[in-house]
Design a protein around this ligand. Structure first.
Ligand code: F3S
Length: 278
């Protein structure tokens, strides 16, 4: 049985960087906390917890130790509150997210009314919105053109949640054009998610069965699984190699492997090893 890995799979640059920073923070025996799980991967989060990186739901639960800011960033107030409590901060905000935050505050500084294209309530989007507001501007969040309010103040500046699709951005821009509004667009999409989805679809066309690795609470992994399953019905979502059932691959010559953006390389390797041993 041959095992093929997707061209783009597993931990993206920002997630890997956050993991590296978290491990580096505790290498001298220090205790650290992330505000919410560092990544949507229960195995990695529990490994980090054993090593000294706890999960706090808010700063109120942290009285000492290092505060690690997750890859999707925070609202500026969180950093200020941590500083006021005298807590050291390690900022693992992905540079692509930081760029989006900067774009939001820059547009607000220049007097634009900011529209953030993304998922309302998502921590990354809340962070972008707060950055615009801290700069004295306004920011509304829309997932698509249907959520645009009736009255829109001009001039309009647009920023985009890093994991959004270009189609969602284009649809919002087109709807504004149709209303005679010419927005200033800062395309802050990071293409790691799309690369993984396109590579998974490509792989699903070439294999008899497919294994998608990643947390069941990870939305990008679930989306990858849905894409694969639609093309290759013998697709399976696992978190660990011991979930693999050899019966899934009866009569298969080629098996594909892909993984969500919060799945580190060692988890992929262990699944590949298990498959190769069958
Ligand atoms: Fe950063 Fe893009 Fe990953 S924004 S966290 S590299 S999906």
């Amino acid at each position: 049985m041959k095992v093929l890995k997707a061209r783009h799979a597993g931990a993206c640059y920002g997630v890997q960087r956050a993991l590296d920073m978290a491990y580096a923070a505790i290498c001298d025996g220090s205790t650290a906390y992330t505000l919410g799980p560092l990544i949507h991967n229960p195995q990695v989060v529990s490994k980090l917890e054993k090593r000294g990186v706890g999960v706090a739901s808010s700063l109120d639960e942290v009285s000492d130790g290092i505060v690690i800011i997750r890859s999707h960033g925070v609202v500026p107030q969180v950093k200020q509150d941590a500083e006021a409590k005298g807590l050291p901060i390690i900022d693992a905000t992905c540079p692509h997210v930081a760029r989006a935050q900067k774009a939001a505050s820059g547009l607000a500084d220049e007097g634009y009314h900011v529209i953030a294209v993304g998922e309302a309530g998502h921590p990354e989007v809340e962070g972008m919105k707060a950055h615009a507001e801290v700069s004295g501007g306004t920011c509304i969040v829309v997932a698509g053109p249907e959520e645009l309010p009736e009255h829109i103040e001009e001039p309009v500046g647009i920023v985009v949640q890093t994991t959004q699709s270009k189609e969602a951005l284009d649809a919002v821009v087109e709807a504004l054009h149709a209303r005679g509004i010419e927005p200033q667009v800062k395309n802050t999409i990071c293409f790691a998610t799309r690369q993984r989805q396109e590579a998974a679809a490509e792989l699903a066309e070439q294999v008899d069965a497919l294994v998608v690795i990643g947390g069941r609470n990870s939305s990008n992994t679930t989306r990858l699984y849905d894409i694969c399953k639609a093309i290759c019905p013998r697709s399976h979502h696992v978190e660990t190699p011991d979930e693999i059932d050899p019966a899934w691959f009866e009569g298969c010559a080629v098996i594909g492997v892909t993984a969500g953006a919060s799945t580190p390389e060692d988890q992929i390797d262990s699944v590949v090893e298990r498959l190769e041993s069958l």
